[in-house]
Design a protein around this ligand. Sequence first.
Ligand code: PLP
Length: 460
Amino acid sequence: MDRPDQSLELNPLYARPGEATQIPAHRLPAGSMLPQTAYAIVHDEAMLDGNARLNLATFVTTWMEDDARRLYAETVDKNMIDKDEYPMTAEIENRCWRILADLWHAPHPDRAIGTSTTGSSEACMLAGLAMKRKWRRRQDGTDRPSDRPNLVMSSAVQVCWEKFCNYFDVEPRYVPITMEHPTLDAHMLEHFVDENTIGVVAIMGVTYTGRYEPVAQIAAALDAIAARRDGVDVPIHVDGASGAMIAPFLQPDLAWDFRIPRVVSINTSGHKYGLVYPGVGWVVWRDKSYLPDDLVFKVSYLGGDMPTLALNFSRPGSQVLLQYYLFLRLGFEGYTKIHRASLDVAQHLARGIGAMEQFTLWNDASDIPVFAWSLNPQKRRTWSLYDLSGRLRMHGWLVPAYSMPDNLSSLIVQRIVVRAGFSRELADRLLENIREETAYLDSLTTPTKPPKRRRSGFSH
Ligand SMILES: Cc1ncc(COP(=O)(O)O)c(C=O)c1O
């Protein structure tokens, strides 16, 4: 992959007089080629990627129906930032975040504000920036310092929060997860928050395991702290990258959203359980007052006056249109049915894996259709979940194994994400392969060799 002189060899069937048959991989080819030739090369290379259907590592949509694909193809040329030129796309973006504000019980939807983003990472950055700016404004009116902001969150946050703290000079305060407190909860919270805390992040659907963090419990603890400690009145941002598009449909009575007054903003990935192809996220604030005006740019662009709130300038508009397509196409009933089916399959898989003596379930997919398991600590084995992950790959399954974050970093887990379209039949085939491969690994008489550097398909 990193050989500088690497070249691609053209299939002789595509060789044409005057065209190159060796193409440099890392330099711009000197000449042109026919579109069919370029297509064949890129198409064939992309075929070497894993099979999306068997990819149980990703949360991100890998299948949409034909009408959605048609709409996608028809609208790929739209730049989301060209609001003056594409006012209907801009209008549809507004409809989408308003729909989400309503779904998440914004108390006064007309006072809510939101935007689309490239994904949850950008949405989290914007929400974090709003909390930071809001906190600084509050500090500026007092004799308290405004130069040492911190953000409190679980050690199991997704890497985007680490990035936010790094890029925007905020001290990350990680509350370590433990066996007794497998997610952030009210435990120890008062030791982490102080008057410099810009917010607490509560995750609906922890990336490592899919579990919900108890937002109401965290809010109650922060209420109690606010009542006791002057100047420590900390807002919550809910990172609902996956769960904010599951909970409204599958756990409608669970209060995790704007029903909790301390929750000021929520993000989700339209491209996860929003069911759109990659490239869209959303962030919504319960009230405009939580989004400082000076974070919103009014750009005069090609004759229009356009408010923008985003880190990127240009980005595709088609995914926003696809999100609206899905809102219309599925409605509340459709999202509920699709997510219910995924949850049923995930729970079926969790029961199957939980019943095997080699494993201990970390959770049973009762929140989002995601669960993780570890090796049964009661039994000593000569192999690890990395070995099982490798063996399953031979059948085409991508089921990652990785270590948990602090304070459980010695614990290796394996995780399955069930997405729309993953059928019970496929699940049964996977279970069969897991049984087969664990039996094979159990039959080995010498311990497997741990690879020098663990290669994980992704980093949380
Ligand atoms: C909890 C959580 N937050 C944020 C993200 C980042 O989302 P995106 O990939 O949409 O940027 C993820 C991705 O898995 C996630 O699980």
